[in-house]
Write a protein that binds this ligand. Structure first.
Ligand code: 2P0
Length: 347
């Protein structure tokens, strides 16, 4: 009798490849500070809108014969910290999959990297989806969000489209439970028809990474704890404002939460200041728009660029005012965008 030889599973699996795409998100309630740096557990809950612009596409191909990972970023080999973070992330995926095989990671990123436009959010969300498919982790959206968080905190939110809240979870529980309970999930904002006008006043890399800045703020800023506490109330107010599709309230809460976060940094020792004169010029133009009766509100991240939340119907007017204020800078218009998704999976 002829015994059928099973297909060596390793041969099939170890040629696996997957491509995923993800979009950046902008927080309306900010994530600023970690309670656990290794697990990427945030000190506070945060809430964001995933954008329709600046996608990142990442392909992960398993390379059974390779002795190390290869990371290509916009056509060039990644080096230094960028490469180290991606390899560390792949190590985590390999450990979970129980498969030591190395990989080739090829990323095309359309976000200006390191300019406070959340390139790490779309980057690690796309990598989480592609790597988990290539290594066969079989994760659901919540599992992907938890995994993406380990690459960059804000990436946990880019797994979802529209609005998403990222739970700080239970940082005081043991590491396993704390890790399991910190993930993002979608927030319903039906009826809200927002746009985000992004003014890139400086597309260069920032001087202080957000990781360093948030650590310094937590360690030295006397304003940090009061902001973290007030952020809880901001989140509750924000959820209520989203529920009633109240764009003015959403914008006011987002603006106060972001400016408060920047105040914590200004009070750090030494101070971290991401706002530049060009940022202030854009902020002033938005305040003038409000005085002229157009509901428009600013938010800023770890960089000098300014994002302006407004009604979709007001986009042209807001973009034109902001374009003039951001003289020399570029202006992009985003609406709520899609969650991370797998484009293809194969050998
Ligand atoms: C946010 N930012 O909520 C906040 C507001 C910047 C300002 O998430 O250390 O790149 O990789 O977890 O996610 C930027 O921080 O930091 C960020 P890590 P990440 O969008």
């Amino acid at each position: 009798m002829r015994t059928e030889q099973p297909t060596p599973l390793a041969d099939v699996r170890e040629t696996a490849a997957a491509t995923a795409v993800a979009h950046p998100n902008i927080a309306l309630i900010k994530y600023w500070g970690k309670s656990d740096e290794k697990l990427f557990l945030p000190r506070t809950d945060s809430l964001s809108m995933t954008l329709s612009v600046f996608p990142t596409a990442t392909r992960v191909r398993l390379a059974p014969d390779a002795e190390q990972d290869t990371v290509v970023f916009n056509g060039l080999p990644a080096t230094g910290e960028a490469e180290r973070r991606i390899v560390a992330f792949l190590d985590l995926v390999r450990e979970r999959a129980g498969r030591p095989v190395r990989a080739v990671v090829d990323t095309e990123n359309t976000v200006p990297t390191g300019a406070g436009l959340a390139s790490s959010a779309s980057g690690f969300a796309a990598l989480a989806v592609a790597a988990s498919a290539a290594y066969g982790l079989g994760l659901d959206a919540r599992g992907l969000s938890r995994l993406a968080r380990r690459g960059s905190g804000s990436a946990s939110r880019s797994i979802f489209g529209g609005f998403a809240v990222w739970h700080a979870g239970t940082p005081d529980a043991g590491p396993e439970e704390a890790d399991a309970r910190s993930y993002a999930e979608p927030v319903d904002a039906a009826g809200l028809d927002p746009a985000l006008v992004v003014a890139v006043v400086n597309a260069g890399p920032k001087e202080v990474s957000s990781r360093t800045a948030m650590r310094r703020t937590m360690d030295t800023s006397p304003l940090y704890e009061p902001w973290a506490e007030s952020s809880k109330a901001d989140l509750a107010d924000m959820r209520a404002a989203l529920k009633r599709a109240d764009l003015e309230a959403v914008g006011e809460i987002a603006e106060r939460n972001a400016l408060g976060m920047h105040a914590t940094m200004l009070a750090a020792r030494p101070a971290v200041r991401y706002m530049s004169p060009a940022s202030l010029t854009v902020i002033d133009s938005v305040l003038q728009l409000r005085r002229d009766g157009v509901p428009a509100y600013v938010t800023m991240d770890a960089g000098p660029n300014v994002k302006v939340l407004c009604r979709r119907v007001d986009t042209d007017r807001v973009a034109s005012v902001v374009r003039e204020a951001a003289a020399g800078g570029s202006v992009h218009v985003a609406v709520p965008g899609p969650g991370a998704r797998l484009l293809d999976e194969g050998v």
